[in-house]
Design a protein around this ligand. Structure first.
Ligand code: ADP
Ligand code: MG
Length: 727
């Protein structure tokens, strides 16, 4: 066994769980490090408090004087909790979070020292942002972007730094982050959903999207992870033979959480409590060493911030516990990957969940309106929604056994399917009195308030209705969920806008009653969006054929899928809904392609290095042992040695063959990389995808075969069984 592998295993086996002291009740810790409503009430003047609340609830501007007041109070509050620095915390297009810390401490004229933080520093900052990806929006010589305070997501303290959630935009106004378009999408959704809500309740003043994510991840001992350069550099294994025992016994799922992982979770949950991240659920996932944490759902922008923050906190806490946390969507071949199921719904200013059936027919008509419009939106923009979850790493998860396919479809369950089928037969135009009563009493009146359609709850659907929300399951574990949330909320906003226009037309021009008009339009939508509804097995081969027949798109690769983000339809949509300009859309596309290229390039280099510098030399070493052995046998047994050393000779030949293949495949792969690097536009991404990536599986095949033959004592790479079953 190589020294690195041996030492790593020794180290791992000696680890014991870190003791986590739980001194207080969780609930008493909740939000202690957050400048939330409670802290604001204590620290702000009444008018400042009202101004911030107005900004949160109605998007009003906070004037400079008030900002100064808020800044001073925020600083006082933060310092009372031991903070010494502040930072504008934002989500650049790298998908991670970024921060630049400044001390409160300032010296005036080089002598008088004091802590200072005013409105200017709270509201706007200019980070040196030249190295954040911008897709050509800013020239690097004038790399000026600025961060601006987002009062809708409260400031918090992490490790003695006051973190202020901000957007990040170029001086010319274009968004350079993931939060800005999300906020614009949520604003647009609010406008159009509120207008539709008013058909049912005049008093509704706002509609918000809610999000409850479920974060899956792997926890691998850090010594073991460090012993594998593929995990270290790419976040996943690029080779490794499947162990004798994988997840087939399903004994990990919902089993007891192993002690070390449990101690990590406790520590993590305490940190989350302090930061106001309402984590509620933790459990083992299907694969060994795979886990999930999920919070109580929140308003979408806050939920997105909390997810980004959680991922950062997880990295930090995992280091304390000597773990490496893997967010990669498919870190191990042949073992389940990790997703970030995104549960989404809409709530109005009266606290009513618009995707929850109600007690009265009228409430149910409202429910059906939002339900059917969402289905219609997903149908119209299925390709764009598919693109929203596309990333180099998620591509290897989607469509592999346990994860949703790369084709969008919606599962709604048998009860609601029956309701939609009946509604489809409603008469066009005016309804008879009998029909109206019938509809209200027998069809929509019969939707139970709580839909327990769980018996046939379909786990294979990428977008499933689960009783009072939709669950978008195609989202990948490492994705910033702002991206799919921006797209989902934008398409629903657009759909509701169209709906309102069509209903109003029937009321104004055809003289239909409001309910009649709503029924009429819903009926058309149910018909025209039928192709997106699928209740069967999304993992089955037959669905691929069926989906194609239905005209649903099937974009297998990231470069293919991404095109939908810059299609005419998409650009038109984003511009109309004021979510992104053409320049912003195209810049993001460029960044996505670039990131794809870089990721595949790095993986290809790492794989080439491991295969040729680790696997091949090890195989040769073992082959030499075999040769030596054969030579010795020949010396002793003379002419008979060929029978006696038959196995050895065969192995020598097989090993030679694998070595030859690895070498020639690696050379070919490098050659394709060279060709790709000379191309421009979309072409390098396509070349990496179609010409470079296919070598991964081929090279891996030979390496993995060698793993099963070569003396375990010589094998340099920590094996799957060690990575996955060391607790
Ligand atoms: P499961 O899907 O595992 O059976 P639940 O149905 O309880 O579990 O919810 C899963 C996730 O959905 C949780 O993170 C929860 O916060 C979230 N969720 C529940 N209701 C809503 C809602 N109205 N809007 C958004 N997310 C929700
Ligand atoms: Mg779920």
């Amino acid at each position: 066994m190589s020294r690195i592998r041996f030492n790593a295993l020794q180290e791992t086996l000696q680890r014991s769980p870190l003791k986590v002291l739980e001194t207080e009740k969780r609930s008493s810790l909740f939000g202690q490090n957050v400048f939330n409503k409670y802290a604001m009430q204590q620290y702000l003047t009444r008018s400042a408090y009202e101004s911030v609340m107005n900004a949160i609830e109605h998007g009003t501007k906070i004037d400079r004087k008030i900002a100064d007041q808020v800044a001073v109070s925020m600083k006082d509050w933060a310092m009372s909790k031991g903070a010494t620095h502040y930072t504008h915390w934002f989500q650049p297009l790298t998908g991670a979070t970024a921060e630049k810390h400044d001390a409160f401490f300032e010296s005036i004229n080089g002598s008088l020292a004091m802590e200072k933080f005013d409105g200017e520093q709270l509201v706007q900052q200019e980070p040196d942002a030249s190295s954040f990806p911008n897709g050509g929006i800013r020239n690097t010589f004038e790399a000026r972007g600025y961060t601006a305070w987002d009062p809708t997501s409260p400031a918090f303290i992490y490790e003695t730094t006051l973190c202020i959630p901000t957007i990040f935009v170029a001086y010319t106004g274009e968004a350079l982050d993931n939060k800005t378009p999300l906020l614009r999408a949520l604003q647009s959704l609010d406008t159009h959903a509120t207008a539709v809500c008013k058909y049912f309740d005049k008093n509704v003043s706002k509609v918000s999207a809610t999000l409850g994510w479920e974060q899956e991840f792997f926890l691998i001992d850090d010594a073991l992870a460090l012993s594998r350069q593929d995990i270290q550099l790419t976040g996943r294994t690029l080779l490794g033979h499947i162990p004798a025992k994988g997840q087939q016994l399903e004994d990990h799922y919902f089993g007891t959480i192993p002690a070390r992982a449990m101690s990590f979770m406790q520590d993590l949950e305490q940190e989350c409590m302090l930061l106001g991240i309402p984590v509620k659920t933790r459990h083992n996932e299907v694969a060994p060493n795979q886990f999930e944490v999920a919070p109580i759902f929140e308003e979408a922008n806050l939920a997105v911030d909390h997810n980004s923050l959680l991922m950062d906190v997880m990295e930090k806490v995992s280091r304390r516990h000597r773990f490496k946390v893997l967010f990669h969507e498919k870190p191990f071949s042949g073992i389940n990957g990790s997703g970030k199921h995104s549960n989404w719904s809409l709530v109005n200013s009266n606290g009513i969940n618009l995707l929850r059936p109600g007690k009265t027919p009228m409430k149910n008509l409202q429910f059906l309106t939002f339900f059917v419009n969402t289905i219609k939106a997903v149908h119209t923009y299925e390709e764009l929604l598919r693109a929203s979850v596309s990333s180099a790493s998620n591509e290897s998860r989607l469509g592999t056994g346990e994860a949703p396919p790369k084709i969008m479809s919606i599962f709604i369950g048998s009860q609601l399917s029956a309701v939609l089928d009946e509604l489809e037969n409603v008469t066009k135009g005016k309804l008879s009195a009998k029909e109206k009563t019938d509809l209200k009493l027998n069809i929509i009146g019969k939707i139970p308030e709580i839909l327990l359609d769980n018996t046939d709850r379909n786990r294979t659907s990428p977008f499933a209705f689960t009783g009072n929300k939709f669950e978008f399951r195609a989202v990948g574990a490492s994705t910033n969920c702002a991206i799919p949330m921006t797209i989902l909320n934008t398409i629903v906003a657009k759909q509701l806008k169209e709906f309102k226009k069509e209903v109003d037309l029937l009321i104004d021009k055809k003289g239909l009653k409001k309910d009649e008009a709503v029924f009429n339009i819903l009926r058309e939508y149910i018909k025209s969006s039928k192709a997106i509804r699928f209740e069967g097995d999304g993992y089955g081969e037959s669905w691929l054929k069926e989906a194609q027949k239905r005209g649903l798109s099937f974009n297998k690769t990231m470069p293919e899928a991404l095109k939908a983000k810059v299609s005419e339809q998409a650009i038109h949509l984003f511009e109309e809904m004021q979510v992104m300009s053409k320049v912003e859309v195209e810049a993001r596309y460029e960044i996505d392609l670039e990131s794809y290229i870089k990721k595949i390039q790095i993986e290809s280099r790492v794989l080439g290095d491991i295969a040729r510098n680790h696997v091949v030399p090890t195989a040769i070493k073992y082959q030499n042992t075999l040769l030596e052995n054969t030579k010795n046998l020949k010396e002793i047994f003379g002419g008979d040695y060929k029978t006696i050393a038959k196995e050895q000779i065969e192995l020598i030949m097989i090993i030679s063959n694998h070595i030859t293949e690895i070498n020639s495949l690696t050379i070919k792969m490098i050659d394709e990389r060279r060709k790709a690097n000379k191309l421009s536009g979309v072409k390098p991404a396509e070349h990496y995808c179609k010409k470079v990536k296919p070598f991964f599986e081929k090279i891996r095949y030979h390496c993995d075969k060698l793993e099963t033959m070569v003396d375990d004592n010589l094998w340099p790479l920590t094996k799957y069984r060690e990575l996955l079953f060391t607790k």
